[in-house]
Design a protein around this ligand. Structure first.
Ligand SMILES: [Zn+2]
Length: 213
């Protein structure tokens, strides 16, 4: 059993109090995740980063719409295919404060003795990404799958922000690739935390062979 840890998007813009798209209580997981990554059980540790150009399609302002508007994306590769989604405030723009990993996490990560990698996502302007493995059309792939394969990973553990977007979708991608996949929920925080949303999330994870514990 070879275990990999994937830390999703613990970047300044997703963290209170100053992040432009802060996840409530997201700052509470920074210290615990910094500890978790030092656990000797990991054969490799990967941090994903949302890494957008300013003209990214997921920013509401680029469509002249209000933040959190609903929007229908058109596939850039499959004509006629659409997906309904939420448009976001500007966040995690490349080489800005908002896209930097939380400082405490960054320094712990740099000191890891085990192999560790940063995987950027969201850098193609014409498409949205939630998963650290691929865009929402499953057309463009990051290097994350190659890293796991190179390490002979069998089990993948996913933590970070936000549970109901990028953590969920990264875990579902990992499970679809055949990894035994677990989200460690104490090391995540969600955007929607009401009971209905959490019940829906649990169901979706079960249907996609992802454990939540
Ligand atoms: Zn984003």
């Amino acid at each position: 059993m070879t275990k990999a840890l994937i830390i999703v998007d613990i970047q300044n813009d997703f963290l209170p109090p100053k992040g432009s798209l802060a996840v409530a209580d997201g700052d509470q997981i920074v210290g615990p995740v910094a500890q978790l990554m030092r656990d000797p059980r990991w054969s490799c540790v990967v941090m994903t980063k949302d890494w957008h150009p300013r003209d990214h399609i997921s920013f509401a302002c680029n469509h002249g719409l209000a933040d959190f508007s609903r929007f229908q994306y058109q596939s850039p590769v499959k004509p006629g295919e659409t997906q309904d989604a939420t448009l976001w405030p500007v966040h995690c723009v490349q080489n800005t404060w908002g896209s930097e990993v939380a400082p405490e996490l960054e320094s712990s990560f740099a000191q890891l003795e085990v192999d560790h990698y940063v995987v950027n996502k969201g850098y193609l302007a014409d498409r949205e990404y939630y998963s650290g493995f691929n865009d929402i059309w499953n057309d463009h792939r990051t290097e994350l799958a190659d890293i796991l394969a190179r390490h002979g990973a069998t089990d993948v553990f996913v933590v970070g922000l936000a549970l109901d977007y990028c953590v969920k979708n990264t875990a579902i991608s990992a499970a679809a690739l055949g990894y035994r996949t677990t989200i460690l929920k104490d090391y995540t925080r969600a955007i929607a935390t009401d009971e209905h949303a959490m019940a829906q999330l649990r169901l979706e994870l079960v249907q996609n062979d992802v454990q939540l514990k």
